[in-house]
Design a protein around this ligand. Structure first.
Ligand code: FAD
Length: 328
């Protein structure tokens, strides 16, 4: 019979993995605790405004991802972002060296994930709490629906490493240790909206001093409309140090730093605390696979972070699964 795999996490890694398996004829079910696919490639929407509040853009270096990006562009779900980007150092402002092409999802950052999810059995608002392997297959316990009715032939985790650890711990000390070794850092993100465009001569900036690390005018990205909205991201160090602060305090600090760079007081704002935003670690092969149990892990944390790393990690895990199935 056709094996049936469960993939936990509908971010870019889980969806890339699911897509590869489904395209090869494997039956997949993707589970995610959020309301829709995308994970950290996400967009917050309000009345008359929208703002990418997770990943801001992505780059493409690996030939396979360059090819995938071309397919996304052909499908209208991604486009180049020719932003005017500057750098603010403690001792002044400078231009950005070594320009590299940047891309965004269109009309929102969630678009590539939605594209990947098309036609897949994706079940949202399902939080996986525990996994257990029996002779007849894997059973999955969820917060919202208790045990899922079906048993799966394999389970692939595509969640941030700190969320993978408790699921893996009772099953595979080796995979749990790999996930535990990948430290992920926090990011406070503020989406600030204005009644008129800010009069600054840049669309985005890397900031190398103070609480901010990155600022970007959302409307400078292709396909966006609505009110002038800026994303302000705090540095990992600042975010970690202020992780328990009230959103109002965070907003005050980040807007204050933004004002010093040419910004002004916003009309309104929304804050989002990413507990697990970024990582730089990697595993050999970009994923981990326990063939004996048909249990695997992928995610940006297994492959150097970032959207491209997540996509490559998901694909690498699918390859391991397919090789195993072919070997019988
Ligand atoms: P995720 O996108 O985190 O997907 C994991 C999914 O698993 C989520 O949808 C989550 O809901 C789900 N999940 C978790 N636990 C469970 C559970 N128990 N049960 C069910 N579902 C579960 N990358 C770039 O390339 N460029 C950037 O500019 C950039 N900027 C960033 C800025 C911020 C603020 C953040 C947060 C990230 C940024 N990144 C950037 C990183 C990029 O977003 C990630 O590398 C990538 O999106 C990770 O994809 P993933 O599939 O590995 O994980």
């Amino acid at each position: 019979a056709n094996p049936h795999y469960a993939i936990i996490g509908a971010g870019i890694a889980g969806l890339a993995c699911a897509r590869s398996l489904a395209d090869a004829g494997v039956r997949v079910t993707v589970l995610d605790k959020s309301r829709g696919p995308g994970g950290r490639t996400s967009t917050r929407r309000g009345e008359g405004w929208a703002c990418d509040h997770g990943a801001q853009y992505f780059t493409a270096r690996h030939p396979a991802f360059i090819e995938e990006l071309a397919a996304w562009q052909a499908a209208g779900v991604a486009a180049p972002w020719p932003a005017r980007i500057t750098v603010f150092d403690a001792d002044g402002r400078r231009g950005l060296q070594g320009e590299e092409a940047r891309f965004v999802g269109t009309p929102r950052m969630t678009a590539p994930a939605r594209h990947l999810a098309q036609g897949l059995d994706l079940r949202v608002q399902i939080t996986v709490n525990a996994l257990q392997r029996y002779t007849h297959g894997w059973e999955i316990a969820t917060a919202e629906r208790g045990m899922l009715p079906e048993a799966f032939d394999g389970v692939l985790l595509a969640v941030p490493s700190p969320q993978a650890v408790p699921l893996l711990q009772p099953l595979s000390p080796a995979l749990a240790a790999a996930a535990r070794a990948a430290r992920m850092q926090a990011c406070w993100a503020l989406m600030a909206r204005f009644d008129a465009p800010l009069e600054v001569d840049f669309d985005a900036a890397f900031v190398n001093h103070g609480p901010l690390r990155w600022i970007a005018r959302d409307r400078s990205k292709p396909g966006r409309g609505g009110l002038e909205t800026w994303s302000l991201h705090a540095s990992a160090e600042w975010s970690e140090a202020h992780i328990e602060d009230a959103p109002e305090r965070v907003a005050l600090a980040l807007v204050g730093a933004f004002e010093a760079l040419g910004g002004r007081m916003p009309l309104g704002w929304a804050a989002h605390r990413w507990r697990y935003a970024i990582t730089e670690s990697a595993l050999d092969g970009g994923c981990a696979w326990d063939a004996a149990q048909a249990l695997g892990v992928c995610g940006d944390w297994a492959n150097g972070g970032r959207v491209e790393g997540a996509w490559l990690s998901g694909r690498a895990l699918a390859r391991r699964v397919l090789d195993g199935l072919a070997a019988g």
